[in-house]
Design a binder for this molecule. Sequence first.
Ligand code: COA
Length: 261
Amino acid sequence: MAYGTLLLEVDDHGVALVTINRPDKLNALNAAVLGDLDQCFKDLEDDDQVRAIVITGSGRKAFVAGADISEFAGLAEEDATQLARRGQGVFDRIEQCRKPVLAAVNGFALGGGCELALACHIRIAAEDASFGQPEVNIGIIPGYGGTQRLSRVVGPGTAAEIILTGERISAQRGYEIGLVNRLATADGLIDEALRVAGRIASKAPLAVALALDAIRTSTNGGLEEGLEREAVLFGRTFATEDAAEGIGAFMEKRKPNFKGR
Ligand code: COA
C-alpha cells in the first residue's frame, strides 16, 4: 500500500506507524492528505496483520499545523460546510476504527492537527509539543470535530478557553487537563507510542474492538447532531468578511484587521 502524502510501516507486533509527510508545510491537511488518511485507515482496518495504529507527523516541528489554509481562500459558505463534512468524515473513520489508534504528537497540533489527535483513542505527546485551536485568529471556527470532541475530552469550560482565545497550550498543560494521556521526551516519543500500542496489540483483538465500541458509546451521545451543527456554522463563518480577511492575512503573512462583518 502506498500513499502520496503518508509513510506507512508495520512492525512485528502488528503495530502500524502512519506518518503524515508534508514537513515543508508542517504537515498541514490538504485534500490529498485527507484522501490518503481516509484510504489508509480503510486499508488498515481490513488488514488482519494490523492490530494497533500510531499516527504522527514528519519532522521534529509539527504533528499537524492545521487544515491547509491555502485551500480556504475564496471558499463559499456551502463549499466550506462540505469541507467540514469531509474532514469530519475522515476523522470519524479514525475514531470509529475497530483497532486502537494512538496519536504520537511530535510538535504543533493546531486546528485540524488538534482535531486529528482528538479523534485518536489515546494521545501521547512529546514534552515540547503544543496544542491549540487557533481558528478564531483567522475569523473561523474549528470544523473537523474540534467543538464537539474537545469539550468531551477536557470539559466545555476548558474547551471554550482554548477555542475562544486561540492560544496555544503546552504538552504539560495538555497533560494536566486530560488532553494528553502521557508525556515522553521528543527523542523517545515514537518508541513510547509503539511500546504502548504493542502492549495493546498483544491483547485479544475482539475484546479491544468491543471495549473501544463501548467507550465510544459512553461519550458520543449527540455527536452526530453536534458535528452537523459544527459543519453548518463553520460554513457560515466563510460567508463573513472577517474570514476572507483572516485567511488572506495568513497567506500574506500580516496581521488581520477584523471588522465584525
Ligand atoms: N496551512 C497551510 N500552510 C501552513 C499551515 C497551514 N495550517 N501551517 C503552516 N503552513 C506553512 C506556512 O505557510 C509555511 O509555508 P511557506 O514556507 O511556503 O511560507 C510553512 O508551513 C512553515 O510555516 P511557518 O509559518 O513559516 O513556520 P513558523 O515556525 O514561523 O510558525 C506556526 C509555525 C504553526 C505557528 C504557523 O505556521 C501557523 O500559525 N500556522 C497556522 C496554524 C493555524 O492557524 N492552524 C489552524 C488552521 S484552521
